[in-house]
Design a protein around this ligand. Structure first.
Ligand code: PSU
Ligand code: MN
Length: 295
């Protein structure tokens, strides 16, 4: 596998000694924030994982290999022209020698290949609103069904159909745990989402449930943690989605367009909340990974 995957020494040592490791994605670094802000967010998420006592493994494709544990200098290469990689794209990108930023699904696929079971991020991909033709359903959901890993998040991407996404997660057998909440956070907003399948009160409880779920043959688990500072941008999101539609913006271009417009019209508020929740979720993923290592 070495010609295809490169695992950083620190990550490899932690995995061999069964110490906690948390995977982090690069799509949010390259495409989630106006460049170069994503780099700072990625580094802050790594620091948050370390502060909670785990080893961060930021994942992306570089120089013909899937890299698990990017250095800070390598992270700087994840600019907006990086490819956005879902699980289907990892091998193609490596073979073609392009720079590839992994989504949640792409990151989990690579993490699973080396035995990492925890990840922190902003929001999971899911079912897009309005059931357009052709439909747009994130590959993140399929990977959650196939891979034994826990993802700490603030729910799913704000522009999605959140109830439809939680229905699909139920169909796929993916537990949706609310971290000290009864409903799945709506990314920027703490309240108003669909009910979670189980509320948990601590990182240890989430780790115990993950352990049980995996022993029973289950795979992905989504943990939803509300943002510290709740922002209601429901109407703004609907307005911006309408504009994207009018302009014929579809597929992978929708998220960057929406995030940029939200940022601009909220006077930078959405970007600040987005950054802070990513950093906090990385820390929660690490707390759960640490608890899991001591079960
Ligand atoms: N949430 C955000 N910004 C993002 C993403 C999620 O607020 O950029 C990214 C994540 O990497 C997620 C991906 O896995 O979007 C899903 O994209 P798609 O719907 O194309 O699968
Ligand atoms: Mn999509």
């Amino acid at each position: 596998m070495e010609h295809l995957i490169r695992v950083a020494e620190e990550v490899q040592a932690a995995l061999e000694e069964a110490r906690p490791v948390v995977a982090l994605e690069t799509t949010l670094v390259a495409h989630g924030f106006p460049a170069p802000a994503g780099i700072e967010v990625g580094l802050a998420a790594e620091a948050s994982v370390r502060a909670a006592g785990a080893v961060p493994a930021t994942i992306g494709v570089l120089d013909g290999r899937v890299v698990v544990g990017l250095t800070a200098a390598e992270l700087e290469r994840f600019t907006p022209d990086a490819r956005k990689l879902g699980p289907r794209d990892l091998a193609s990108c490596a073979v073609q020698g392009a720079v590839g930023a992994t989504t949640v699904g792409g990151t989990l696929a690579a993490a699973a290949a080396v035995g990492i079971r925890f990840m922190g991020t902003g929001g999971l991909g899911g079912v897009h609103r309005g059931f357009p033709t052709p439909p747009d359903v994130s590959a993140d959901l399929g990977v959650c069904a196939r891979v034994p890993a826990l993802v700490a998040s603030s729910g799913v991407k704000s522009l999605l159909d959140v109830p439809a996404t939680t229905e699909v997660l139920e169909t796929l057998g993916v537990p949706v745990l609310g971290y000290r909440v009864d409903t799945l956070p709506l990314f920027y907003a703490a309240e108003g989402g669909p009910p979670v399948s189980t509320r948990v009160e601590s990182a240890r409880e989430a780790a115990q449930i993950a352990d049980g779920h995996w022993r029973l043959g289950g795979n992905g688990i989504l943990v939803g943690r509300p943002p510290e500072e709740s922002l209601d941008v429901t109407e703004l999101i609907e307005q911006v989605l309408g504009e994207a539609d009018e302009r014929g913006i579809v597929g992978q271009d929708v998220t960057p367009f929406v995030l940029a417009a939200l940022h601009e019209r909220s006077g930078g508020e959405t970007r600040r909340v987005n950054r802070d929740l990513i950093v906090a979720n990385a820390g929660l993923a690490a707390e759960i990974a640490v608890a899991h290592a001591t079960l």
